[in-house]
Design a protein around this ligand. Structure first.
Ligand SMILES: [Zn+2]
Ligand SMILES: [Zn+2]
Length: 133
């Protein structure tokens, strides 16, 4: 009964569940519509991307929810997807802070994160703070 689908596989959430979609109607200037017809292949994808970009840090780019957004000195996280959406630069030395101990690289499993740089308090990162134990 199912025809082979063209295009990309459906977008899924962190549990592999297909993200449900809905139709929206927009009223926009005709010239803008003509421009979009010329330049944008997939308006649905484009709209989703643009809105997500505009609200980066307020909604999650994976689950599109704002329910699990958590702000920390190091950056902004979706606690449901367990992804960091935005990482802040250390206000003391300017190095990007990164609390992820491991990262996924290619097909490999988690490897130690070469940029691992957790925050110490709200102002300093590991790079500019000597931790004496
Ligand atoms: Zn999320
Ligand atoms: Zn620093």
């Amino acid at each position: 009964m199912s025809k082979p689908k063209v295009g990309r596989p459906p977008e899924v959430d962190k549990d592999g569940k297909v993200i449900s979609k809905t139709l929206v109607n927009l009223t926009i200037p005709v010239t803008l519509k003509n421009f979009l017809d010329k330049h944008i292949k997939n308006r649905s994808e484009f709209f989703t991307k643009i809105v997500t970009m505009l609200y980066i840090g307020e909604i999650c780019p994976k689950c599109y929810s704002d329910d699990y957004i958590s702000k920390a000195p190091v950056g902004i996280e979706c606690t449901d997807c367990e992804i960091w959406i935005k990482l802040n630069d250390c206000s003391n030395c300017g190095t990007r802070m990164d609390p992820r101990a491991t990262v996924v690289q290619g097909l490999a499993l988690d490897i130690p994160n070469p940029h691992y740089n957790p925050a110490h308090g709200s102002k300093q990162c590991s790079k500019c703070m000597e931790v004496k134990e």
